[in-house]
Design a protein around this ligand. Structure first.
Ligand code: G3P
Ligand code: CA
Length: 262
C-alpha cells in the first residue's frame, strides 16, 4: 500500500505541515520514463514498483475534448501517429502505439488506476503552445468524478490555469512550475495562484530559496533529474519531493541517507 495517499491529514496539510520533515517524496516523472515508454500505464506501474511515492503525468485535450495523457502537443515523438493531439478524436488516439504496444491513456484511466493503487497523481496541465480553453474545468471534473480530490496535485507552467483550478476546487492541492530563479523563492508566484507548492527546475534550487518557500508554508518539489550528485545536492537543500525518470536511483539514495518519506 502506498501510504502517501492514506494519511489522516489531507495531502495539502501534509505538504504544508512538512510531515516527515527532512524526508523526500519520490515523484516518478512521466512514470518511470528512464525504463518505459513515458506517460503509459506500463510506465506508471513500473514507477511504483521502483519506489515512487507518486507519479507525474501530462494532459492535453483531444478534438472531442477528452483528457489525454501525453507530454507533447504532437503525436510524432512518442507514438506512431502524426500531427496535433488536438486534431484527433479519442477513438483515433486509442489506435496508436505509444511504445512497446502501450496505448495512450486517458486521465480517467490513470485516475482509476491510481485510486485502486492508493497513490497520488501529479497532473500537469499542458496549455502551450496549444491553448485548451476550459481544460481546467475538465481536469477538476475528472478528479472529482474519480474521488481523487485529496489525492492529486495539479501543476502547470500556465499559472493562470493553476489559479483557475484553485478557484474551481480549493480542496485540490496545486503547484506552480517554472524554469527560473524568482527573487523570493517562488513565494509570490505561489501566492498569486493559491498554490501549495513551488516546482522549480532543479537547476535553480538553492538552500536559501527552499527556506524562503518553507517559511511561507510552501512545499518545494523540483524536477527532473536522475544524476546521483544532483539528487544528493537537492536532498541537502531540504526539498520535499524530487521528480525523477529513475525512481529506484533516488529511492536508493534516500534509503542510504535515511530520508525515505514513506
Ligand atoms: O513535473 C514537472 C515537469 O514534468 C515539467 O517538465 O517538460 O517534463 O513536462 P516536462
Ligand atoms: Ca510534466
Amino acid at each position: 500500500m502506498n501510504q502517501a495517499a492514506t494519511g489522516r491529514l489531507s495531502l495539502r496539510e501534509r505538504l504544508r505541515a512538512r510531515e516527515g520533515r527532512g524526508r523526500v517524496w519520490v515523484c516518478g516523472h512521466r512514470g518511470a520514463m528512464g525504463y518505459c515508454p513515458e506517460n503509459t500505464m506500463a510506465s506508471f506501474e513500473r514507477g511504483l514498483e521502483l519506489g515512487a511515492d507518486w507519479i507525474e503525468l501530462d494532459v492535453h485535450l483531444s478534438r472531442d475534448e477528452a483528457l489525454i495523457v501525453i507530454h507533447d502537443e504532437t503525436l510524432d515523438r512518442t507514438t506512431d501517429g502524426h500531427g496535433l493531439v488536438r486534431d484527433h478524436t479519442l477513438a483515433e488516439l486509442r489506435t496508436l502505439d505509444a511504445g512497446g504496444g502501450e496505448h495512450i491513456p486517458t486521465l480517467d484511466e490513470v485516475l482509476a488506476w491510481a485510486r485502486e493503487r492508493e497513490t497520488i497523481v501529479d497532473i500537469e496541465i499542458k496549455n502551450a503552445p496549444v491553448y485548451y480553453a476550459g481544460i481546467e474545468q475538465k481536469v477538476v471534473a475528472a478528479v472529482s468524478a474519480a474521488g481523487m480530490t485529496d489525492n492529486v496535485i495539479v501543476i502547470s507552467f500556465d499559472h493562470v490555469a493553476v489559479r483557475r483550478v484553485h478557484e474551481l476546487e480549493p480542496r485540490i492541492t496545486t503547484g506552480v512550475l517554472y524554469g527560473c530563479r524568482p527573487t523570493d523563492g517562488g513565494v509570490s508566484l505561489a501566492h498569486a495562484t493559491g498554490a501549495d507548492a513551488v516546482l522549480p527546475h532543479w537547476t535553480y534550487i538553492t538552500p536559501e530559496d527552499v527556506e524562503l518557500a518553507h517559511e511561507a508554508g510552501l512545499a518545494v518539489a523540483p524536477w527532473a533529474t536522475s544524476d546521483p550528485a544532483v539528487l544528493r545536492h537537492l536532498i541537502a537543500c531540504d526539498v520535499d519531493s524530487i521528480g525523477t525518470n529513475h525512481p529506484d536511483i533516488l529511492r536508493d539514495i534516500l534509503v542510504s541517507a535515511r530520508k525515505v518519506a514513506q
